[in-house]
Design a protein around this ligand. Structure first.
Ligand code: AMP
Ligand code: MG
Length: 371
C-alpha cells in the first residue's frame, strides 16, 4: 500500500487537506494524525472492520483497548451509557486537552475498540488538525499511538513514516507534537476515580477538581493481583531497542555510578548512551542532555529513545527525576521502558531490580555488587 504524506499547517490547516483524510476515514481506512500528545493512527470508531485494521497495522494485541477521540461533547452521550457527575467539572476544565476519561460504554461502541471491556476510554484532543479531522469525518475516531506495538510513541511524522509507511493510507504531517508523552487516563466509571496512566494533565490538577484520586499501583511499576482495569497496562510499552537502565539515588552518587557503568559496559565492547537531565562529564558513545525542565524532558523523551536506536546504542543509562507534576508521567514511561533499575545507588548493596516481565530468569538473578 502506498502511504500518502500531506504536510499540513498546524496553526491553520487547509480544509481541502483535512477533507481528503476524512474521506479515507469514512471509507474504513487508516490515517495517522498529530495530537498535542503524540501522533495517533485513526479509524472510524464505529466500524469494526476499520478498527481491526489498526490492530493489524500496529501488530497490537487485541485485548489492548483503544481511545476514542471526539470533537463535540454531544458525541459523549452516544458513546457512553452513563455520565457520572464527577466527570462534569473534569470535562469542563480539561477538555479539549490531553486527558482520556474511562466511562461505561454504550451498545454503539464495538467490542473490538474496548478489547472486550464494558467501558470505553474517550478523549477530546485540542490539536487543530485532530479536531478538524474528527469534525470532517463525521464520526468518532479510534486512535492509539501511531507506532508499531512495543516501539516508543511517535512525536514527529518521520517517526510514523519509519514505523508505518506502507501499512496505512495517509499521514498528516503537522510537525512535532507539543507534550510528547501520551494522554493521562482516568477511570471515572466506578465510585472512586482512579488514575490509570499519568500524562500531560497532572495528578495534582485532577486532585484539585476531584478530591481523592486512587492511583493504580502499576503506575509505580508494582505488580498487582487484582484484574487490570485496563488490559493495555500490562504491556511493556515505550521501549526502544536499546536496553535502558534507570539509575535512582542522590545526584553525586548517580553521576559516579554512571561513569562506573559506562566503563564497565565499554569494556564489554558495548555501545553506551546517556540520557541525562543534569550535566554530566562522563563521555559515552552518545549523550543526550535533555535538561531538567520537566515539560522539555517529556517532549524529548521518545524522540531520544528513537535517536539512541538510530545510532545502534546497546545500553542507555538514564537518571531519575522528581515525580511531581508531569514528572510522574515521565518516570512511569522511563520505568516501563527500563530493562533494569539500579535502585538507590546510595544504599550499601546495589542490585539490579528487573522491572519488566519479559526479562529472562538469568537476568533476574543478576547481581551487580561487583560494580
Ligand atoms: P495508546 O492509545 O496506545 O496510548 O493506548 C491506549 C491506552 O488507553 C490503553 O493501553 C489503556 O491503558 C487505556 N484504555 C483504553 N481503553 C480503556 C478502557 N476501556 N479502560 C481502561 N483503560 C483504557
Ligand atoms: Mg501506544
Amino acid at each position: 500500500m502506498q502511504t500518502k504524506i500531506l504536510k499540513v499547517n498546524p496553526k491553520n490547516p487547509k480544509l481541502s487537506q483535512i477533507r481528503q483524510a476524512a474521506k479515507i476515514i469514512r471509507s474504513g481506512k487508516l490515517v495517522a494524525f498529530p495530537t498535542e500528545t503524540v501522533y495517533g493512527i485513526g479509524a472510524n470508531a464505529l466500524d469494526p472492520s476499520a478498527v481491526k485494521r489498526i490492530f493489524v497495522a500496529k501488530g497490537r494485541p487485541s485485548d489492548n483497548p483503544l481511545i476514542v477521540h471526539i470533537s463535540d461533547i454531544a458525541d459523549l452521550g452516544i458513546l457512553v451509557d452513563h455520565i457520572p457527575e464527577s466527570s462534569f467539572d473534569v470535562i469542563d476544565k480539561f477538555w479539549p486537552g490531553p486527558l482520556t476519561i474511562v466511562f461505561k460504554k454504550s451498545k454503539i461502541v464495538p467490542k473490538i475498540v474496548t478489547g472486550g471491556l464494558d467501558t470505553v476510554a474517550i478523549r477530546m484532543p485540542k490539536n487543530k488538525i485532530a479536531n478538524m479531522l474528527i469534525v470532517e469525518a463525521g464520526t468518532p475516531i479510534a486512535a492509539p499511538s501511531a507506532n508499531i506495538a512495543g516501539r516508543p510513541s511517535p512525536t514527529t511524522a518521520k517517526h510514523v513514516i519509519d514505523d508505518l509507511s506502507g501499512r496505512i493510507s495517509m499521514i498528516l504531517d503537522g510537525g512535532p507534537t507539543k507534550i510528547g508523552i501520551e494522554s493521562t487516563v482516568i477511570d471515572l466509571s466506578r465510585n472512586t476515580p482512579m488514575l490509570l496512566r499519568p500524562g500531560g494533565i497532572t495528578l495534582e490538577q485532577l486532585q484539585k477538581v476531584l478530591g481523592k484520586v486512587a492511583i493504580h499501583p502499576i503506575i509505580y511499576g508494582k505488580k498487582t493481583k487484582s484484574a487490570h482495569r485496563s488490559p493495555g497496562m500490562k504491556y511493556r510499552h515505550y521501549s526502544p531497542r536499546a536496553k535502558i537502565i534507570l539509575i535512582q539515588g542522590t545526584k553525586s552518587k548517580v553521576n559516579k555510578k554512571i561513569s562506573q557503568l559506562v566503563q564497565y559496559y565499554k569494556n564489554q565492547g558495548l555501545h553506551i548512551g546517556i540520557l541525562s537531565m543534569e550535566k554530566n562529564s562522563t563521555k559515552s558513545d552518545m549523550t543526550r542532555f535533555i535538561g531538567n525542565n520537566p515539560n522539555r524532558i517529556a517532549s524529548n523523551l521518545f524522540k531520544s529513545f528513537r535517536e539512541f536506536d538510530d545510532r545502534k546504542i546497546d545500553i542507555v543509562l538514564a537518571q531519575e527525576i522528581s515525580q511531581k507534576g508531569i514528572g510522574l508521567g515521565i518516570m512511569n514511561r522511563l520505568g516501563k521502558a527500563a530493562y533494569k533499575k539500579v535502585q538507590r545507588v546510595d544504599s550499601p548493596l546495589v542490585l539490579f531490580l528487573v522491572c519488566c516481565p519479559t526479562c529472562s530468569t538469568a537476568e533476574k538473578s543478576l547481581k551487580i555488587t561487583h560494580l
